[in-house]
Design a protein around this ligand. Structure first.
Ligand SMILES: Cc1ncc(COP(=O)(O)O)c(C=O)c1O
Length: 385
């Protein structure tokens, strides 16, 4: 631990967990070909939306028989569209190990009031017991828990011959982790996470089994227009070809296209995953040699390579009360923000006090490496008053 001000600053201090850092080299010039001032249903407008769907399929290697739609309300909109449209006919398991999982518990149990719901929970830093899931039930879960930095290690725990549907919020996982497509019936994500796009729209990916459910089941509750993906019992296919339900931001679409082109240019999904893994490895090397910080995720197999959450394990910190701990952790983040070294790295408010450092593909490993001495410096400042 050091009181010396580090010599090197991260070239880009952007480590927020959403909206995340823009891709390296991004300038507003990337938006110059946006289809602005025109109808999104015009020929060029629709072509942009279709291109966003097609490039998403190519980069994420989404199976040909899965539908991909652009929807309103970012990832939340996409998840809630799926919950409201699909749930009801079967009992449900919901996994929750941090705050966004808890949000979906609220939707399923308190808003939709689906009685036959099992909530399988774990504390921050842990993953729930995945062997408890029942393949006869629908399953709602996150691939990566953004506020605890705990992810599922793979899709092997989801049975091949399940009867229920799997609904996966993958917003902080898509483009950084291998999603087990054959095990997933609904996958959602937004543009503002791993690819550093603009916040606006959600992506809703549906397996053939999910479509079959949509076409064979009509929920008993009212369905807002922005959630309606079927008409007269048939899927509205146009939504999955760029005919969005309501008006999208064509500026955000152009930005997403720029991010997708960048992703393709560096080598697609394997390159994106490798960049996030390298960032995690750089932080892990520092955690290993530091004595005051550790991963919140206890099991290394479950450690996120995007939203990396750190807890503070120094005895001085452990002896503080809960509020003083939260204040000290916030102080570390604030000092670094003031120095212009790291922006938005405070832990999530509902998580145990600590730091959260985004390691997704748009972050450069050199910047993570440059950040680590600053973490030591800021901690020393706070500890020594
Ligand atoms: C796992 C998870 N789900 C949902 C959301 C909400 O996303 P959005 O604001 O894009 O709707 C977030 C945002 O951080 C998230 O991390």
């Amino acid at each position: 631990m050091t009181g010396t001000v580090p010599a090197v600053r991260p070239a880009r201090p952007f480590f927020s967990s959403g909206p995340c850092a823009k891709r390296p080299g991004w300038t507003p010039e990337a938006l110059k070909n946006a289809c602005l001032g025109r109808s999104h249903r015009s020929k060029p407008g629709k072509a942009k939306l279709k291109e966003a769907i097609d490039r998403t399929r190519a980069v994420l290697r989404v199976p040909d028989d899965y539908r991909i739609g652009i929807v309103a309300g970012s990832d939340t909109g996409a998840v809630e569209m799926a919950l409201w449209s699909l749930l009801g006919p079967r009992p449900i398991d919901v996994l929750a190990w941090e705050s966004f999982g808890e949000d979906w518990v609220t939707d399923v149990a308190k808003q939709l009031r689906l009685k036959d719901t099992r909530i399988i929970k774990a504390a921050y830093g842990e993953l729930p017991d995945l062997t408890q899931i029942d393949p006869a039930r629908d399953l709602v879960f996150l691939w990566n828990g953004t506020t605890s930095g705990v992810r599922v290690p793979d899709g092997d725990w989801i049975p091949e011959n399940r009867e229920g549907l799997t609904i996966c919020d993958a917003t902080s996982a898509a483009f950084a982790m291998d999603l087990a497509w054959p095990k997933l019936d609904v996958v959602t994500f937004s543009w503002q996470k791993v690819l550093g796009g603009e916040g606006a729209h959600g992506m809703l990916v549906l397996s053939p089994r999910a479509v079959q459910r949509l076409e064979s089941y009509t929920p008993p509750w009212p369905m807002p227009k922005t959630f309606r993906v079927t008409k007269d019992g048939k899927l509205v296919e146009g939504i999955f070809e760029g005919d969005t339900i309501n008006t999208p931001s064509m500026l955000a679409v152009e930005d997403y296209l720029d991010a997708l082109r960048w992703a393709e240019g560096i080598g697609g999904l394997p390159a994106l995953i490798a960049r996030a893994d390298a960032n995690l490895a750089a932080l892990a090397a520092w955690v290993k040699r530091t004595d005051w910080a550790d991963f919140l995720a206890r099991d290394p197999k479950t450690r996120s390579n995007t939203s990396v959450c750190l807890k503070i394990v120094d005895p001085w910190f452990a002896a503080l009360g809960k509020d003083a701990q939260a204040a000290a952790a916030a102080k570390i983040a604030n000092i670094l923000e003031k120095e212009g070294v790291a922006l938005d790295i405070g832990g999530y408010r509902a998580a145990p006090p600590g730091l959260r450092i985004w390691c997704g593909a748009t972050v450069e490993t050199a910047d993570i490496e440059a950040l680590t001495p600053w973490l030591d410096w800021a901690f020393a400042q706070v500890k020594n008053g």
